[in-house]
Design a protein around this ligand. Structure first.
Ligand SMILES: [Cu+2]
Length: 138
């Protein structure tokens, strides 16, 4: 059992999303990096997405990266509890107001991946979504 845990945690990099700091929810719009939500190119084939959830949208709601990119989501909520799940990729985290979540995933397969809120966040929860477009390398 201990060996299996060690291999998955350190070998396969499978772990629970963790909290990486806090930001005051009322000041998210003026606090870096969430004052400029979007995609940042941080190295060869490496990107960071500064993403906020708010009723009932993700900002940004569309992200484009080339296939083979490693993307770190740095995400939080501006208002109520939201969730972020990306079917087909290893992204599944809660977005709690002011708590910063970080999730890193590699997109090898070109295609369109939906971003879905999986925590009921109000009457238009079912409309809350976005997409990640992974473009083929030319
Ligand atoms: Cu929701």
């Amino acid at each position: 059992m201990l060996a299996a845990l060690t291999v998955t945690a350190f070998g396969a990099g499978i772990h629970l999303p963790s909290v990486h700091g806090r930001v005051e929810p009322a000041q998210i719009a003026t606090t870096a990096p969430f004052d400029k939500p979007g995609l940042a190119h941080v190295g060869p084939d490496r990107y960071e997405v500064y993403l906020t959830g708010q009723i009932w949208t993700f900002a940004p709601s569309e992200i484009r990266v080339p296939a083979g990119s490693t993307v770190t989501f740095v995400a939080t909520s501006r208002d109520v509890v939201h969730g972020l799940i990306v079917p087909g990729a290893n992204v599944n985290t809660m977005l709690l107001p002011g708590q910063i979540a970080r999730v890193t995933v590699r997109f090898d397969r070109p295609g369109e991946y939906p971003m879905i809120c999986h925590e009921y966040c109000g009457i238009a929860h079912h409309t809350m979504g976005g997409k990640i477009i992974v473009e083929p390398r030319s």
